[in-house]
Design a protein around this ligand. Structure first.
Ligand code: SF4
Ligand code: SF4
Length: 391
């Protein structure tokens, strides 16, 4: 296979972030500093080298890009201000845009004015659409959810999710294919024998259970903020609560839907706060709001190296999540007021429109990390498993 050299790679990368990688002279200080280097004597500077020589395909298909949690230690210790931490974040943004064939991610990352117009346009579209199909405002919470007919939300949600799933699968599938080719992973090496299946199982558990859900390495290894931050402000906890909160809300919504289908409880039926699904949703919503609020505060304050450079797309993801969470709580409060106040209905409309927009932009914003990182960590787990068992 021929190697394609992209002579514009550095210029193109700079549109996605602020790192000055021309300043890097491969001294290795970042490697010595990084707690996640994992005995890899070239991590993370190898990726800077790939960018310097224009190897786009190798850079975007590097699974190790996604093992970095952007703690910033390497940047703090870099003698030339090459900012390797920001370079890693920039490369991840670049990889997401590279694998997004619609080019929406690229626009959101590199053309803030056009990107903002797309975001505002999509938001207005959803708001006007739901305003056009809205029903009457009832004075009782029993019929509150009839304000925007449930079948309309349901159908719009399904259409949107199918579209988003197709875009996401295309991007993540191509990334997985490239990583598999790069590492010589085949279906046979994954599933062909009993030991292969065991190895695949371990890599899946490591990527999905230990890392994505348990935040193991972030929690145990990236502890540079342990001395300076109380537990409630540590990066891993803020990150974990955001993920756990989001997953909890997803589970609560799915259960609510399932209960409706099997006839346990119709969607929208008023229930007390301690009703299990409502309680799960409330606790998950609080966790999400906590994590997202700290992310926003840290980004606004440029708190530490990790939050120094924020792209509009990073903000878009946080703002959509925050507004969705906040309006969800306002709706919950409105439901306990009898009669439901008029503003409750409009907040409900806003909530649905913003939640739809959040889903729509899932493959193109920082949210895409939630799909790309586990795939990369899976391939990383396979390679690590080989090293462990070879030793
Ligand atoms: S990024 Fe900085 S610390 Fe790392 S190799 Fe380059 S100059 Fe050295
Ligand atoms: S930001 Fe932290 S985890 Fe990422 S390469 Fe630098 S030192 Fe390693």
């Amino acid at each position: 296979m021929s190697t394609v050299v992209n002579t514009n790679l550095i210029t193109d990368l700079q549109k996605f972030g602020g790192a000055d990688i021309n300043a890097c002279f491969s001294c290795g200080t970042c490697t010595a500093t990084c707690v996640l280097a994992d005995n890899d004597a070239t991590f993370p500077r190898r990726f800077i080298r790939l960018a310097q020589v224009g190897l786009t395909d190798d850079l975007v298909a590097s699974k190790e890009l996604w093992t970095c949690y952007q703690c910033g230690l390497c940047t703090t210790n870099c003698p030339t201000q090459a900012d390797p931490a920001e370079f890693m974040a920039t490369s991840r943004r670049y990889a997401i845009a590279h694998y997004d064939k619609t080019r929406i991610a690229r626009i959101l990352y590199t053309r803030p004015v056009v990107g903002s117009a797309i975001v505002v346009g999509a938001g207005l579209f959803f708001a006007l659409f739901f305003a056009a199909v809205r029903g009457e405002q009832s004075t009782t919470s029993l019929a509150f959810f009839d304000f925007i007919p449930y079948p309309v939300i349901h159908t719009a949600g399904i259409v949107l999710m199918v579209m988003v799933a197709l875009f996401s699968l295309l991007g993540v599938g191509t990334l997985a294919r490239d990583m598999a080719r790069h590492d010589g992973v085949t279906w046979r090496s994954l599933l062909g024998t009993r030991s292969a299946r065991a190895r695949t199982g371990r890599a899946l558990w490591s990527a999905l259970g230990l890392e994505s859900l348990g935040q193991k390495r972030y929690r145990e290894d990236c502890h540079d903020d342990v001395e300076v931050e109380p537990l409630y402000r540590r990066r891993w906890l803020i990150h974990a609560l955001t993920i756990w909160g989001f997953l909890g809300l997803l589970l609560a919504t799915t259960l609510d839907y399932a209960f409706d289908i099997v006839g346990i409880k119709a969607t929208g039926t008023p229930v007390p706060i301690w009703y299990p699904v409502r309680l799960l949703g409330t606790v998950a919503g609080l966790a999400l709001m906590y994590g997202v609020t700290w992310f926003m505060v840290n980004r606004a304050r440029k708190e530490g190296v990790s939050f120094e450079h924020s792209k509009p797309s990073d903000w878009l993801f946080l703002v959509l999540l925050w507004v969705t969470g906040f309006t969800g709580f306002v709706i919950e409060a409105a439901l306990y007021l009898e009669p439901v106040p008029a503003w409750g209905y409009w907040i409900f409309l806003l909530h649905v429109a913003v939640a739809m927009e959040l889903v729509l932009f899932l493959p193109f914003t920082k949210f895409a990390h939630a799909m790309y990182r586990p795939v990369a960590l899976f391939f990383y787990g396979l390679a690590r498993d080989d090293t462990t068992h070879a030793g």
